[in-house]
Design a protein around this ligand. Structure first.
Ligand code: DHB
Length: 392
């Protein structure tokens, strides 16, 4: 009698044990991507574009890689760094994510960086663009772009095209400071001059008083950086105040003529020249296929550069998982992200293994009407540009 009880206890214990290991196996067979993006608030279009692109990538490439089932966990941080940090912690501790991705603004990426380092979780920046972000953690990889890449490209083009005296207007935070500094230094190097630098608040900016001042200063051009989603307001007020009629050109990083808003900006946007890494109008078969599929999956929404960062970010994650065969945890995954080289819808793309930052083409583009729609039409290219903000 006693013996039987003992036997059955052993049996039950063994059953519980094997159930537990079954549970662990099920967990091991999942690969979780925590996508932290702004889906509400002024930066919401960034999150909407990134999520749409990530879902398109998964629809096109399947949800199983190296025998693991990919699970996309989407969280809205409203581009608020305190919230980003809390979500990143929860995703790492409770959900046991394998990689975190997204990050609509620089302060959000910086808030999550220490969590990536402590937990050895790769962090893929799909949107934020301040140069220094990749230095905030050795676990950060970037698939968006860097502001110095765009600002320097613009400052090389401007003086060759009659623009010598410039006023800069930037959003008052990280990427704005990069835009202001890198544009100014490069323009001076090229024999031009920034005669005035103005900063506008990130939240609820009123551009009117700044634009009034630009009118009085009468520069050859106004150079602008505002984050994705704010460009249309700048354009509208620039035109309303008649700055274009006063002979002042409008130039900027491509965030200004964001593909998400460009079509609604009207003919006043025609002729505006910007520098950026992605235009939905980029003339390559890979991009045409991407734009068609994206628009089809999203009720005609045109992909912008945020979608591009999200799509390529998913590519980098998928291929790193494939290369590391789902073994070796965060470090193996990170190693397999470094040095990836591929044909993106934006053009050729490379993740520099040393800096973990993106190396890609910068295009000079002019707003033109094509097939009845406003587009950023590329007319020149600086090939394989590294981030000018990195010293090594
Ligand atoms: C950042 C945000 C943007 O929306 C953008 O277009 C560029 C940079 C940022 O916060 O880093």
């Amino acid at each position: 009698m006693k013996k039987r009880t003992l036997l059955s206890v052993t049996f039950v214990a063994a059953a519980v044990l094997s159930l537990a290991s079954l549970g662990a196996a099920a967990q091991d067979n999942k690969f979780k991507i925590g996508l932290i993006i702004p889906l509400t608030g002024p930066q919401s279009t960034t999150g909407i574009q990134i999520e749409a692109a990530a879902r398109l990538y998964m629809a096109q490439h399947g949800d199983t890689v190296a025998g693991k089932k990919i699970e996309l966990i989407v969280r809205d941080d409203a581009a608020t760094p305190d919230v980003t940090k809390r979500i990143a912690q929860e995703l790492v501790v409770k959900d046991k994510i394998n990689v975190m991705a997204g990050f609509g603004v620089t302060p959000a990426a910086l808030a999550a960086a220490p969590i990536a380092t402590q937990s050895k979780t790769p962090l893929v920046v799909m949107a934020a663009a301040t140069s220094s972000i990749t230095q905030a953690s050795p676990y950060i990889i970037r698939t968006s772009f860097t502001i110095p890449q765009a600002a320097v490209s613009m400052a090389d083009w401007a003086p060759k095209n009659g623009i010598k005296k410039v006023v800069t207007l930037v959003s008052d935070y990280g990427p704005g400071f990069d835009a202001e500094k890198f544009f100014k230094d490069r323009l001076a190097f090229n024999g031009g001059e920034v005669v005035e630098s103005m900063r506008v608040p990130l939240r609820n900016p009123d551009f009117a008083p700044f634009l009034q001042k630009v009118r009085e200063t009468k520069p050859d051009a106004l150079f602008v950086f505002v984050p994705s989603g704010a460009g249309a307001a700048v354009m509208k007020q620039f035109l309303e105040r008649g700055l274009d009629k006063a002979g002042i050109k409008l130039i900027g990083t491509g965030d200004l003529t964001d593909d998400d808003q460009l079509n609604g900006m009207g003919d006043g946007a025609l002729g505006v020249v910007t520098a950026h890494h992605y235009s939905a109008y980029h003339q390559s078969p890979t991009n045409k296929k991407f734009v068609t599929a994206f628009e089809k999956a999203n009720k005609g929404m045109r992909p912008n550069f945020m979608a591009m960062g999200g799509y390529d970010g998913m590519r980098v994650i998928y291929e790193a998982l494939r290369a590391s065969k789902g073994q070796g945890g965060g470090d193996a995954l990170l190693d397999a992200m470094k040095g990836q080289i591929f044909e993106s819808p934006r053009g050729p793309m490379f993740i520099d293994a040393q800096t973990r930052d993106v190396v890609h083409n910068m295009y000079l583009r002019k707003v033109e009407r094509k097939d009845g729609q406003l587009h950023n039409v590329e007319f020149d290219v600086i090939k394989d540009m590294k981030d000018p903000g990195k010293t090594k």
